[in-house]
Design a protein around this ligand. Structure first.
Ligand code: ZN
Length: 168
């Protein structure tokens, strides 16, 4: 990764850390509330989501909790990325993000895998990682990967609850 790109990514991460998107709480119920902890780093993420039962879209999301810059900026980016999307699209985005993290985790050292991921990302059906690409550099520090994926795992639990809940 070029130094310029690393600077840009660092700026994006710091921007989300200092000015987190969708910060706050939602009344629960009707919002689904889930908590995630990363004991390795002491990160805590609490997620509130409301879902429109008719079209399965995430109508609102709020993030609470505290932790390191990676965990909190990832949660902020995640909230901005999934708000207004369907549960299915949010899960697709989760898969893409985790793939970006896990492929690097196993292929550190690089053998062209990064180019493959870039190609994948551009194929997305209107689902792009956007700012989330800035967290790509985290994979160079495997101990921090759990910081980056914490909010996504916590979101997954909330979406499971939303999908399982009976329609009233
Ligand atoms: Zn952390």
């Amino acid at each position: 990764m070029s130094a310029d790109l690393e600077d840009l990514y660092r700026e994006i991460i710091l921007d989300h850390y200092r000015s987190p998107r969708n910060r706050g709480q939602l009344e629960s119920p009707p919002a689904y509330r889930t908590e995630g902890f990363n004991p390795l780093c002491g990160d805590e993420v609490i997620i509130y989501v409301t879902v429109n039962e008719d079209d399965g879209k995430i109508t609102d999301i709020a993030i609470d909790g505290q932790g390191c810059s990676i965990s909190q900026s990832s949660a902020s980016m995640m909230s901005a990325a999934v708000k207004g999307r369907t549960i299915a699209d949010a899960r697709e985005l989760t898969t893409r993000f985790k793939t970006m993290m896990s492929i690097h985790e196993t292929d550190i050292g690089g053998d062209g895998s990064e180019a493959e991921i870039e190609a994948d990302a551009s194929d997305a059906d209107g689902i792009e990682l956007g700012d989330l690409e800035a967290l790509r550099g985290v994979v160079k520090f495997p101990v921090r990967i759990k910081c980056a994926t914490l909010s996504w795992n916590t979101l997954g639990q909330a979406l499971d609850e939303a999908a399982d809940s009976p329609v009233e």
